[in-house]
Design a protein around this ligand. Structure first.
Ligand code: 13P
Ligand code: SF4
Length: 304
């Protein structure tokens, strides 16, 4: 940690001078999560918090779609991302044109888009969802069939919890798709007491083995609620276990380590550069932004 200290000092100092706030996703490294972020959370928490930001500048420590969501909700603020290349395999899996074609092929079927998508895709959707609220969003239409795109595994996991028929797309998270049932069963065989908690971007054969499946916030709440001495296997990006160890001092975290290369592009030196040079600014075409904002706001308002 001493190696981080100068960066932490200058980032926190410049943050005030620039009237900036740092929003960090739960997958950011511990030095970002604990030492410089003002708000840390899952995608839904970050979207909700983005609506309440008082500062003029938002530094999004997460991936590009998260920064875009903050910009949609704060068109008059400056939204910066420390590395413009921080993408997401789910966001890359689908375009706005794909959504238009899906709508043509499925007339009258509501389109729910996971927030892990570009503004272009959100603009073509009826409403957004995150892994925290996907079941509630799908059921909010009161219809038999809904398109939930682009994460095939999230859609399959949601389908297990609702009577609504879910149509989907073939997008996958490159981090969560790598977990296998075999590896989890081997952990359980080695220690039958182990609590396995998984993110719903994992394949259904993985979530079928898990004791709990939920968003990163849901996973944190479940893990922190375990008794001292509990062993918890977090089936997700592995920075999260390091971030929450302090909140659950008696819990032993077992981390089959899959890192998100996009989240890991965000580093303290890059955050400092962002603040020094006010880069890299996330902009969205205003016409597209107006449509995309509606889809995000419908989701945020549903939660309230
Ligand atoms: P959460 O909304 O659960 O934080 O998930 C975001 C994400 O990108 C998971 O891979
Ligand atoms: Fe995208 Fe997966 Fe990385 Fe989350 S973990 S940002 S879904 S690639």
């Amino acid at each position: 940690w001493p190696v981080h200290a100068p960066y932490v000092y200058w980032i926190n100092k410049l943050k005030k001078e620039r009237d900036a706030t740092i929003l960090a996703h739960n997958y950011q490294t511990p030095e970002i999560y604990h030492c410089v972020s003002d708000i840390a959370g899952d995608s839904l928490q970050l979207a909700m918090e983005a609506t309440r930001v008082k500062e003029q500048v938002i530094i999004q420590c997460g991936v590009h779609f998260m920064a875009e969501t903050s910009k949609l909700l704060n068109p008059d603020k400056t939204v910066l991302i420390p590395d413009m290349r921080a993408g997401c395999s789910l966001a890359e899996s689908i375009t706005g044109e794909d959504v238009r074609l899906l709508r043509e092929a499925n007339p009258g079927v509501p389109i729910v888009t996971y927030v892990n998508t570009s503004a272009d895709v959100k603009a073509e959707s009826d409403i957004c969802c995150t892994s925290s609220n996907a079941v509630a969003v799908v059921e909010s239409f009161g219809v038999d069939t809904v398109l939930l795109i682009p994460d095939e595994y999230l859609a399959q996991n949601v389908a297990k919890e609702t009577d609504v028929k879910i149509l989907t797309w073939k997008g996958h998270c490159e981090v969560h798709e790598r977990f296998t049932a075999e590896e989890l069963l081997a952990y359980r065989e080695a220690d039958p007491e182990i609590q396995i908690i998984a993110h719903p971007e994992c394949p259904t054969e993985v979530t079928a083995i898990a004791d709990f499946t939920g968003s990163t916030k849901g996973m944190i709440d479940y893990a922190v609620g375990q008794k001292p001495g509990a062993k918890v296997l977090l089936v997700t990006e592995c920075s999260m276990a390091s971030n929450i160890q302090e909140q659950a001092p008696g819990v032993e975290f077992i981390k089959p380590c899959n890192l998100c290369p996009h989240m890991k592009r965000i580093t303290l030196p890059r955050i400092l550069d962002s603040l020094l040079e006010m880069k890299e600014e996330v902009l969205v075409d205003p016409t597209m932004a107006a449509k995309a904002r509606q889809a995000v706001e419908r989701m945020v308002n549903l939660k309230n």
